[in-house]
Design a protein around this ligand. Structure first.
Ligand code: SF4
Length: 394
C-alpha cells in the first residue's frame, strides 16, 4: 500500500491516521467515525443523518481531471453544514489547490508518486497566489507567523489548546465527552424551547445517559406534558424527575406563594437544594448554554474544565437559527408554549410572554430585578443568589 502525505495550509503533514478509512458500511453502526472514505459520486443524502459523528471525510479523486469531488465538497459545506475535516484524496496538482479550498476542502492527501511530481514549495506558492478575498471566515491573527496561512494555523492551534473540543460538531462533542467522562456525566434539562435538540442527540448516542429535570411544582402543565412526550419519544431510559423535599415545602412555602414574597428563597427551596443533592455527584455536566445568549457567555469554551465539575457546552457556537434548523431537520416537536409567545420558559408564576423585538428572556421575572433562577456555582457548590447571577440555570 503506498504511503501518503497530507498537504494542509501549504505544508506537508503525516497522513498515517488516514491510512485505514472506513467505508459507507460504517454508517450502519451508531459509533463515531474517525475517517470515512467516499467515492465522488456518492449520494450525500445517505450521509446526512450521520455527518455529526464523522470527524474526517476523504473524497476520492480518481484523476485530477475529474472534478466531481469539488462539487461534492461544496455541497457538504453549504447544503449539509458539515464542519469536520474534508480531504481531497487523489492526484490533484498545485494549480487546483486554491479551488479545492474555495470548495471547502481542508487538505489534500497525495500518494508518494503524486507528491514527487511537485515540491512542497509548489503547494505553498499556490497558496501565496490565493486571492485573499477567498479567506472570509478563516481565523486570521496577527502574530509571529510569516504568512497568512501560518497565522491561520497558529490561531487554530491556540484555540484547540484552550478548548480541546473546538471545531467539533455538537454531536461529536457529546460523543467524545460521554466517552471521556464515562458513567460520570449528566445532562440537566429545563424542557424549554431548545431542550429537544440535546435530548435528541443524547438519545442517538446513549439513551441510558442520566438526564435530570427539576420539577419545581410550579411548571406550566404544557412543560410537564412536553417532558413526558420527549422522554417517551426519545426512549430515555435513565430520566430522573427531581422534586423539592415535601417536608421543606410544607415548612417554608405552605400556601405556595413564596415566589411572590421572596423569589430567591423560593428558587432556593424549589431548585437549588433539590438539584444540589443530585447534580454535584457527577464529575461532568452537559449544558445547553450558547455564546450568543449573554455577554458573560460570549467567550465560553465548549469544554470547561478546571473546577470540581467539568462543563460540556456542545451548543456553545450555535445560533437561534441553528436550533430552528436542527429541529426542522429532525422533525422535533416544539414546546407548545412557543407558538403563544413564550421564548424562554421557566416556572409559570415567573414567566410571561415576550413581545416582538424583546429579548427572549425578558419574560422571566418580568417585574423584578431578577434575571436568573438563582442557581449558580461557587467553589464547586450550587448556591442561590440575591443578585443577577451569571451562571446558566433553568
Ligand atoms: S422561578 Fe419562580 S416559582 Fe420557580 S422556583 Fe423560582 S421563584 Fe419559585
Amino acid at each position: 500500500m503506498p504511503s501518503h502525505t497530507l498537504i494542509q495550509d501549504g505544508r506537508a503533514h503525516d497522513a498515517a491516521r488516514f491510512s485505514e478509512p472506513a467505508d459507507l458500511s460504517a454508517l450502519e453502526s451508531n459509533e463515531t467515525i474517525d475517517v470515512l472514505h467516499i467515492a465522488n459520486d456518492t449520494d450525500l443524502e445517505t450521509l446526512a443523518s450521520a455527518l455529526g459523528r464523522i470527524e474526517t471525510i476523504l473524497i476520492d479523486f480518481p484523476a485530477y481531471t475529474d472534478g466531481r469531488g469539488f462539487s461534492l465538497a461544496k455541497q457538504l459545506r453549504t447544503r449539509y453544514g458539515y464542519d469536520g475535516l474534508l480531504v481531497a484524496d487523489g492526484p490533484l496538482i498545485p494549480d487546483q489547490y486554491a479551488f479545492a479550498l474555495q470548495c471547502g476542502f481542508s487538505a489534500v492527501r497525495l500518494d508518494d508518486e503524486t507528491l514527487k511530481r511537485h515540491t512542497i514549495g509548489d503547494w505553498q506558492a499556490a497558496l501565496d497566489d490565493f486571492d485573499l478575498t477567498y479567506q472570509r471566515g478563516y481565523a486570521i491573527k496577527a502574530g509571529p507567523a510569516t504568512s497568512i496561512f501560518d497565522a491561520r494555523l497558529t490561531a487554530l492551534d491556540e484555540r484547540k489548546a484552550a478548548d480541546p473540543f473546538f471545531g467539533h460538531s455538537a454531536e461529536l462533542t457529546l460523543r467524545k465527552s460521554i466517552k471521556k467522562y464515562q458513567g460520570d456525566i449528566v445532562l440537566a434539562t429545563s424542557m424549554g424551547v431548545d431542550s429537544a435538540v440535546l435530548l435528541h442527540m443524547v438519545s442517538r448516542i446513549d439513551a441510558s445517559l442520566p438526564v435530570i429535570f427539576l420539577d419545581t411544582g410550579k411548571h406550566f402543565r404544557e412543560t410537564l406534558a412536553y417532558r413526558d412526550e420527549l422522554v417517551e419519544r426519545f426512549g430515555l431510559t435513565n430520566f430522573r424527575n427531581i422534586t423539592p423535599v415535601a417536608a421543606e415545602l410544607a415548612a417554608e412555602d405552605p400556601d405556595g406563594t413564596l415566589n411572590q414574597s421572596s423569589p430567591d428563597s423560593c428558587c432556593d427551596l424549589r431548585k437549588v437544594r433539590p438539584l444540589d443533592s443530585v447534580i454535584n455527584g457527577f464529575g461532568a455536566r452537559i449544558t445547553g448554554r450558547k455564546r450568543y445568549q449573554t455577554p458573560e457567555r460570549a467567550n465560553m469554551a465548549i469544554l470547561e474544565e478546571g473546577g470540581p465539575q467539568a462543563k460540556v457546552n456542545p451548543l456553545a457556537y450555535w445560533t437561534a437559527k441553528d436550533i430552528t434548523k436542527y429541529m426542522r431537520q429532525h422533525d422535533l416537536p416544539p414546546h407548545p408554549l412557543l407558538a403563544l409567545g413564550y421564548l424562554s420558559i421557566g416556572c409559570q408564576p415567573c414567566t410571561t410572554r415576550v413581545t416582538a423585538g424583546e429579548d427572549p428572556r425578558a419574560g422571566r421575572w418580568r417585574h423584578s430585578e431578577k434575571t436568573e433562577c438563582g442557581i449558580h456555582m461557587v467553589d464547586g457548590k450550587w448556591v442561590s443568589t440575591e443578585t443577577k447571577a451569571t451562571f446558566e440555570a433553568f
